[in-house]
Ligand binder design. Structure first.
Ligand code: PRX
Length: 706
């Protein structure tokens, strides 16, 4: 990740000084503090560095262990730390069975289908127990799944998804849920990588008023897995409306089975939860980074579950009697940690919503909140921006009262934060800005809601027991309050960290530790800071402001997309010679992708090639990644060594300064591209808007990570 030669000067990304106004603190109400799970400042003491790693006993003790552990943190194989070594437990037991004695009839999930006329469904803990057991029995008996096997789920937001996840956990199998919006090809690639022979999917689901044919993707997934040399044995198909098949694709004999038919043989079956070692993998979650292929973040059972239970308790302030709504998709890490595992471990009631945020109108979320008495609301800036744009006055029309609201997934602009606080939260709710990532399992930076003031645009200090540090490119510490940005790392291990990258332990060490490891032989964790992959700066009060990824990842509406993945998708089109993806600042989605392509010699630009490029991205990755514009340019701006200078085209796409281009091999092409792109953007009505200083810095730094 050294700075590439095109940067020209000695200044590095981690050293860029960023200037902005410090926001004032906003404090929680006495009413919130009076009921909070963490009202006592002594909690910071309990999680002080001197008490590390034993402090995390507090989290692990929220769980029921079959065998209590003997070693809190085993550092003998750096950096493959083992938490709660010697302990055994079952994640499904902790999320379901143990709540039956007290709250069998309490809803675990309240499922809200997208069509407003459809009935809301309560899934009680008792019903969840029954459904999980039956599906676990089916997985074992019908699909032959054994402990340690991987099972891929490609499921939309329906209760069958957490049922399938918990069923896997119950029998010690490793689930790998692929976001339903991803394409069949993307799903198949992940199946092959994880070696999973069983695919659990659904015929269809509702999104934005339409019923989508989802089973079609299963056929593509099986074909894609086969191309990678993997034979999928069974495709288990849930049906969105029982008894009806809402997909156009035929069921393949001997391979595809309707779950509602097969399950008849497993009615009322009870499967004993398999007691798993603390470090046994619970699930894989594929995510993007610098290189083309997504990596399977492998999360543990004991450490992960402890960490999400603890952070759900202290940061989301979940009490069992709360009604909590995390408006994210379970297909991402947020949904795994903070819809399924954390809230269920605490025995609360969660709302699960199937569809699009503003369907049929921007009042929908607030109607749901009013009808169901939601007290805790959790969503991403992209959704907040969209709801603000479409219905700025809608929240006031509904009688709901949140005590706490969460923002996650992208930096939130202070002005969007204020609308969230003033209008959505009615100035009654605490806002917790939670910064973290797929790899970390749970929150890394956030304010303790009753104890630490909110500061719009900053996530806050390191979470309990988390000790972040900012390093510059040379590994020198960037001090707080200097106005300089650095690469944010976590100095210490924590229980929620992924165990490794599935099947690629060297890549795990390389990606997260090679840059700042002090001594590769050392078994002292102090020598192994974890590179998070974000640029950040720290104010004098210890609060962090996250600037965004340093590794060529574009965060589109909270979805993490690797530029290399986007580019390799486009390069499957035979006419295309070169491709470069850049982020464009977008009012609602945060960032969107624009793709620059150049063609093979002798070919001329055509709308047909442009469409082929878009279709390739939809096929290889999914609709979420569809670029806003595809620009077919005569040539890419390149360094003398032939590297594409992404920051130059990113500058053009954002109507920003392109910076110094004197080191280019072909500087003349810049003006030609600018002319072409500006003219077409004008014709499409994409007017420039002034960028903030922070946005300008991001554009300037883009593409420097190579
Ligand atoms: O850049 C950070 C941004 O999202 C990235 C992680 O993406 P992913 O692994 O998909 O997980 C998203 C849900 C945790 C981070 O590297 N990010 C996440 N939360 C925040 C954020 N940026 C600023 N503020 C946040 N609260």
């Amino acid at each position: 990740m050294a700075i590439s030669e095109e940067a020209g000067a000695s200044v590095t990304e981690a050293q860029i000084a960023v200037h902005w106004r410090e926001e004032d603190y906003i404090y929680p109400s006495p009413r919130f503090i009076g009921q909070a799970n963490a009202p006592d400042p002594a909690i910071r003491e309990r999680f002080s560095e001197e008490r590390f790693p034993e402090c995390y006993r507090d989290y692990a003790d929220l769980l029921d262990w079959d065998t209590y552990w003997h070693t809190t943190l085993d550092t003998s194989h750096p950096p493959f730390w083992k938490w709660f070594a010697g302990g055994r437990l079952n994640a499904c037991y902790n999320c379901v069975d143990r709540h039956l004695a007290k709250r069998a009839n309490q809803a675990a999930f309240i499922w809200v289908p997208e069509p407003e006329a459809d009935l809301v469904q309560n899934v009680t803990y008792q019903e969840l127990y029954r459904r999980v057991n039956e599906f676990a029995a089916l997985l074992q008996g019908f699909a032959g799944v054994k402990p340690g096997d991987r099972v891929t789920l490609h499921m939309p937001m329906v209760p069958d998804l957490p049922v399938a996840m918990l069923a896997c956990a119950r029998i010690g199998a490793i689930h790998s849920e692929v976001f339903a919006g991803f394409s069949g090809t993307a799903c198949g690639g992940r199946m092959a990588d994880s070696g999973s022979k069983v695919l659990v999917t659904m015929d269809s689901y509702y999104r934005d008023g339409k019923i989508l044919d989802h089973k079609a993707k299963a056929d593509e997934a099986v074909a894609a897995a086969k191309e990678h040399g993997m034979e999928v044995e069974k495709v288990l198909v849930f049906r969105r409306r029982s008894g009806q098949y809402l997909s156009q694709t035929p069921m393949v004999d001997g391979r595809d089975f309707f779950v509602d038919e097969v399950i008849a043989d497993y009615r009322r079956k009870v499967v004993e939860p398999v007691s798993m070692p603390a470090e046994a993998p619970l699930f894989l979650m594929y995510t993007s980074g610098t290189t083309g292929k997504p990596k399977g973040a492998q999360h543990s059972t004991g450490g992960y579950l402890s960490y999400v239970a603890g952070t759900s308790k202290f940061y989301l302030d979940i009490h069992p009697e709360d009604t909590y709504w995390c408006f994210a998709d379970i297909g991402w890490i947020t949904g795994h940690s903070y819809i399924v595992y954390g809230p269920l471990a605490l025995g609360t009631t969660s709302v699960m919503y199937e569809g699009a945020p503003a369907y049929p109108d921007a009042g929908r979320p607030w109607r749901i909140a009013e009808q169901l008495g939601v007290g805790i609301f959790h969503t991403a800036p992209t959704t907040i921006r969209m709801l603000r744009k479409l219905g700025p006055d809608e929240p006031a029309k509904y009688d709901y009262h949140f005590k706490l609201m969460v923002t996650v997934g992208e930096p939130i602009e202070p002005e969007v934060w204020r609308w969230y606080y003033d209008v959505v939260g009615k100035r009654e709710a605490v806002v917790v800005d939670t910064w973290w990532m797929t790899e970390t399992g749970g929150f890394m930076g956030a304010t303790l809601p009753a104890l630490e003031g909110m500061k719009p645009g900053s996530c806050g200090p390191g979470a309990l027991g988390i000790y972040p540090v900012l390093y510059d490119e040379e590994g020198k510490v960037v001090e707080a309050g200097t106005g300089r940005a650095g690469n944010i790392c976590i100095r210490n291990p924590w229980p929620g960290r992924m165990l490794t990258i599935w099947g690629q332990p060297e890549r795990f060490v390389q990606t997260y530790y090679s840059k700042y490891c002090h001594d590769k032989q050392s078994t002292d964790w102090h020598d192994w800071p974890f590179l998070c992959g974000d640029g950040a700066m720290q104010a004098m009060d210890g609060y962090y402001r996250i600037l965004g990824r340093i590794d060529d990842v574009i965060n589109v509406a909270g979805h993490r997309l690797g530029t290399k993945e986007l580019e390799s998708a486009v390069l499957t089109v035979p006419e295309i010679a070169e491709a470069a993806a850049v982020p464009v600042i977008d009012e609602t989605r945060g960032r969107v992708v624009e793709m620059y392509i150049s063609l093979k010699p002798g070919l001329s630009p055509s709308p047909d090639i442009e469409n082929k490029a878009k279709a390739a991205i939809e096929r290889e990755i999914g609709k979420v990644a569809r670029p806003k514009n595809v620009w077919i340019v005569p040539d890419m701006p390149k360094t003398r060594s032939g590297k594409i200078m992404r920051r130059v085209i990113a500058g053009i796409s954002n109507f920003a300064d392109v910076g110094d281009i004197t080191t280019l091999a072909n500087p003349e092409v810049v003006e030609a591209i600018r002319h072409q792109v500006y003219a077409e953007k004008n014709a499409r009505g994409e007017a420039p808007r002034p960028l903030t200083e922070k946005e300008l810095e991001e554009i300037k730094a883009f593409g420097r990570a190579e």
